[in-house]
Design a protein around this ligand. Structure first.
Ligand code: ADP
Length: 362
């Protein structure tokens, strides 16, 4: 068991400021996902932890001891890369044993550990085969065995599933989660796939442009995004411009008035209002309520439909409508929010729950 900490980590590539003052702690036994769009600095951060990139500022510690100056093979870390980097001319057994042989362990110990590692990833029967005799998913499991056999304190995974097809990716992430739980190994998993991160992570570190935007549990990342970037990046979100009106204690947003009593914003404060599609509910038989528009696109998403509602203000809203409600393109629809987040500048968002008063149409 080991705790990994990054303190004010900085990385430049020439004039590109790839990682900006990132600090975070990965608890012992935790699986942390670093999530963000392409180019946000995820891999650079991971590679610095593994020792494959130099560090321009800050410190990396494992159990309180700095590893920042150590070569990759001197660190108690092991990395699984995006492309299964098995050696094609070696049998699977040799591939997994390689790192242990470098450590000059007795043969019997190596045999035992390699056997255990292959069992762990569920592929003991592949020992005598060559990598090209295995499927992509199997090769990636062997790459995982090769990392685990070294008994690292921290396991690093750099988009390990991105070369696999969609179904296999889902199976493999469950597999990785199971193995991580069983071994209790502190792990950092880099991905740009939010569904992957939301499904396997104990906590998610969302990055944007080299900055750590939020570090939180998957459910809090989804429900309480601290910045507009996170709100917009995770899941589906409607983001609308709004204005606070002190006299009526309300927000004017896209043709609707949302009652927000007791707020301390100045009159005329500009805000960005974020509403999840599932927090918008159709309103029947009341023409004074809510956002009003024409149903544009209807998409069937299994247990609900996603409706694109074109408002009079020319803005559009994504709304999740239960399957039972019949809905067709072209019909007029009113919806009212049950919950939203309001962002004023760079302030922390205010969560507003509309229990008593529904939104009024303007
Ligand atoms: P991510 O993993 O989130 O896609 P990276 O960490 O690979 O992002 O890259 C972060 C930024 O640093 C990007 O702007 C990328 O172009 C730049 N970058 C990454 N590696 C290098 C490199 N070896 N040389 C120059 N720029 C790089």
């Amino acid at each position: 068991m080991a705790e990994l900490a990054l303190r004010n980590l900085v990385k430049y590539y020439g004039s590109v400021h790839a990682v900006r003052d990132v600090s975070l702690t990965v608890q012992s036994g935790e699986l942390l996902c670093i999530l963000g769009p392409s180019g946000c600095g995820k891999s650079t951060t991971l590679r610095m932890i593994g020792g494959f990139e130099t560090v321009d500022g800050g410190d990396i510690t494992i159990d309180g001891r700095s590893i920042t100056g150590l070569a990759p093979n001197k660190r108690p870390t092991a990395m699984v890369f995006q492309k299964y980097t098995l050696w094609p001319h070696m049998r699977i057994w040799e591939n997994v044993a390689f790192g242990l042989k470098l450590r000059r362990l007795p043969h019997a110990t190596i045999a035992q550990k390699v056997g255990d590692a292959l069992e762990m990833v569920g592929l003991p029967e592949t020992a005598k085969r060559y990598p090209n005799q295995l499927s992509g998913g199997e090769q990636q499991r062997i790459a995982l065995a090769r990392a685990l056999v070294l008994e690292p304190k921290v396991l690093l995974l750099d988009e390990p599933l991105s070369n696999l097809d969609a179904r296999l990716r889902v199976r493999m992430r469950e597999e990785i989660k199971r193995i991580q739980r069983r071994t209790g190994i502190t792990s950092v998993f880099v991905t740009h796939d939010q569904e992957e991160a939301l499904s396997i992570a104990d906590r998610i570190a969302v990055m944007s442009k080299g900055v750590l935007e939020q570090l939180d549990t998957p459910s809090r990342i989804y429900a309480q995004p601290r910045s507009l970037f996170v709100a917009d990046f995770i899941g589906t979100m409607n983001v609308l411009d709004g204005t606070y009106r002190h006299a009526t204690q309300s927000l004017e947003v896209a043709g609707a008035r949302l009652s927000v009593p007791g707020m301390s914003w100045p009159d005329g404060q500009a805000l960005r209002v974020a509403i999840r599609p599932e927090d918008l509910q159709p309103v029947e038989h009341d023409s004074s309520i809510g956002f009003f528009g024409r149903v544009d696109v209807v998409m069937d998403l299994g247990h609900f439909r996603q409706v694109e509602l074109l408002l009079e203000s020319n803005k559009s809203l994504k709304v999740f409508v239960p399957k039972e409600r019949h809905i067709t393109s072209g019909e007029l629809l009113r919806v009212t929010p049950t919950r939203c987040l309001a962002y004023a500048g760079n302030d922390e968002p205010v969560e507003i729950i509309f229990t008593r008063e529904p939104a009024r149409s303007l």
